[in-house]
Design a protein around this ligand. Structure first.
Ligand code: NAD
Ligand code: UDP
Length: 323
């Protein structure tokens, strides 16, 4: 079991790709809080330097705009490489299919090469999307998935499946201490309001009194994990040599219609619910089996849905007060 205490990283250098995004920025913050020095690389395609602006004063933090699929800047010896750089939302990967494929494939190989060169621990943020529209429920790591390789979600799903295979290859051929985390839907402050994912979309709609756009009849499910919980699991993966894949998510499963109703109640909104067409290949059910995370990382989520939504709403309101 891995126990990660404050100052665990005592001066170790962690390179975080995609560090100016939603999850990455929280991860940089958590690592600095545990005593690491952190270098953050991001091409700002869906993230923003603004997400890490508050870390600029920290003497252990360095931000460098960089595309992980292109020529890489030089970097001092890294002890750990956390590879999060990827387009992540369905709207964004529909808009940027080739960039999505490149980040998962060429980007992951480049970062694995760098980890090999530095003899660094490597962790890739894979996804529950490798299970596609799953026929096994809940999803455990031994399940191979049900992905449509030519559907609208394929560029993301297959890029992450490639990334996982690349990790396995780099372990075998280059001896990289590489691990895979399969992250399930995570939400929280700093998620881009316009990136199309369900929590920021519903919160924004509810606060502005607009209809909540529930896809289909809303009976499809997701299991939503608050960002602090997911980041704690990432930090634990950074600190150990568990190869994974390890599911990281909150098994508390809800329909999307229930989520809309919770958001309306939480915000006190008068927004109606509007049913909109179901996107093609939208997974019908999703819930992680987190037995492996419990046993190998000593991790489980602690933040209930309503608390996490409340914290996200507070952040949203502080940032953009109701007009
Ligand atoms: P995000 O869009 O906020 O963050 C991704 C970051 O990667 C952005 O800052 C973006 O600018 C950067 N990026 C993209 N391509 C890049 C490239 N080629 N070079 C450098 N930077 C690049 O999304 P997120 O939700 O924070 O996702 C972070 C990681 O976690 C991604 O790998 C994503 O696939 C994975 N993940 C997230 C979730 C979730 O629910 N949030 C679920 C499963 C997996
Ligand atoms: N969704 C919805 N309305 C929206 C945005 C998303 O009903 O405005 C649904 C979407 O169809 C899916 C679920 O919410 O069933 C989660 O979508 P998201 O894009 O957040 O994540 P993913 O589909 O990648 O799990």
């Amino acid at each position: 079991m891995t126990t990660v205490v404050a100052n665990h990283f005592g001066g170790r250098h962690v390179l975080v790709t995609g560090g100016a995004g939603f999850l990455g920025s929280h991860l940089c913050e958590a690592l600095l809080g545990r005593g690491a020095r952190v270098t953050c690389w991001d091409n700002e395609s869906t993230g923003s330097e603004e997400n890490v602006a508050h870390l600029a004063v920290h003497p252990g933090f360095t931000y460098r705009p960089c595309d992980v699929t292109g020529p890489l800047p030089s970097v001092e010896h890294a002890d750990v490489v956390m590879h999060l750089a990827s387009i992540a939302s369905p709207l964004a990967y529909a808009r940027l299919p080739i960039d999505t494929l490149r980040s998962g494939s060429a980007g992951t190989l480049q970062m694995l090469e760098l980890a090999a060169k530095h003899d660094a621990r490597f962790v890739v943020s894979s996804t529950s999307e490798v299970y596609g529209d799953p026929e096994v429920h809940p999803q455990h790591e031994g399940y191979w998935g049900h992905v449509n390789p030519v559907g609208p979600r394929a560029v993301y799903d297959e890029s992450k499946r490639f990334a996982e295979a690349a990790v396995v290859g780099a372990r075998r051929e280059w001896g990289v201490d590489a691990g895979i985390v399969r992250i399930f839907n995570t939400y929280g402050p700093r998620m881009a309001v316009d990136d199309g994912r369900v929590v920021p979309t519903f919160l924004d709609q509810a606060v502005r009194g607009l209809p909540l756009t529930v896809a289909g009849d809303g009976s499809q499910t997701r299991s939503l994990c608050y960002v602090d919980d997911t980041v704690e699991a990432l930090v634990r993966m950074a600190a150990c040599d568990v190869p994974g894949p390890v599911n990281v998510g909150n098994p508390d499963e809800h329909t999307i219609l229930e989520l809309a109703q919770v958001v309306v109640a939480l915000t006190g909104s008068s927004s109606p619910i509007e049913h909109v067409p179901m996107p093609e290949d939208d997974p019908q059910r999703r819930r992680p089996d987190i037995t492996r995370a419990r046993t190998e990382l000593g991790w489980e989520p602690t933040v209930p849905l309503r608390d996490g939504l409340r914290r996200t709403l507070d952040w949203y309101l502080a940032r953009s007060p109701v007009r």
